[in-house]
Design a protein around this ligand. Sequence first.
Ligand code: FAD
Length: 279
Amino acid sequence: MKVERRNLAEFTTLAVGGPAEVWTVETPRDLVQATAAPYRVLGNGSNLLVSDRGVPERVLRLGGVFAQGSLGRPRSEDAPHLSPWIGAGVLLPTLVQEAARLGLSGLEPLLGIPASVGGAVRMNAGTRFGEIADVLEAVELFHEGAFRVLDPSELGLGYRTSRLPGGAIVTRVRLRLTPAPAATIEARMAEVDAARKGQPKRKSAGCAFKNPPGDSAGRIIDRAGFKGHRVGAAMVSPEHGNFIVNTGGARAEDVWALVKRLQEELGLELEWEVWGEFP
Ligand SMILES: Cc1cc2nc3c(=O)[nH]c(=O)nc-3n(C[C@H](O)[C@H](O)[C@H](O)COP(=O)(O)OP(=O)(O)OC[C@H]3O[C@@H](n4cnc5c(N)ncnc54)[C@H](O)[C@@H]3O)c2cc1C
């Protein structure tokens, strides 16, 4: 196990966030030790806004056995394929590509989501084409010092949310996929990819705000004329109103000021999780 003081900006896709004690856990024993004091779990940092002051809790990253695993070869072309256990630290894009290579369908809707498997379960990551809940067979959690296997129906998976028990860490999952012809999978991936085309390429944490019922946060921000609006090096993307991007060297404080401005003027609800304190 590695314990280092690091800036969380190194581990978030928005590339902001101050210092914390980062515990990279590699074995079940590490997990027991690392969770003996207050902690937070970091996935791929793609849905987080972390304060410039960092956080006082231990920040756990899943490495070693928790970052290993693959989908396994399908045995039959007719029956559903149950994957072996896959570590929650594995990255979703790796699995999406592996599934396509193996002729397994089910993960195409998740193409382009830069999550870890654990973070994807926690947020029930997805697109309008489908979500991770659709392919989950079983989920292993580490909670209050013990490992437990749960049926996905016990996780309260909803629209970009779950109801994991407080402090629970997703450690492994099994997926249920369907063998399909390569051309079918490629066509589905092309459709999902096309739907993501307008997405900014700059550093971001994905959509900043939840879509209110019957409307889109991006359109609301666009209509209010906020595209291109800046605070310091943080900017509402000119391409997509619901993306706040780091144009280079942004501080969490800048991003936060933009978020507050949009929330106060437009009444939007934040999608990201916020770690640490803000002025
Ligand atoms: C360019 C871009 C595009 C995006 N597009 C989409 C999209 O189309 N659809 C979508 O749903 N999301 C999208 N996102 C948002 C993001 O990828 C998802 O919310 C994702 O599920 C976050 O996963 P993560 O591993 O990065 O989690 P993190 O951001 O690291 O953490 C998010 C939350 O999950 C918790 N968590 C992480 N790992 C675990 C674990 N192992 N056990 C328990 N809790 C854990 C964290 O403590 C935190 O509460 C996008 C983000 C970016 C940057």
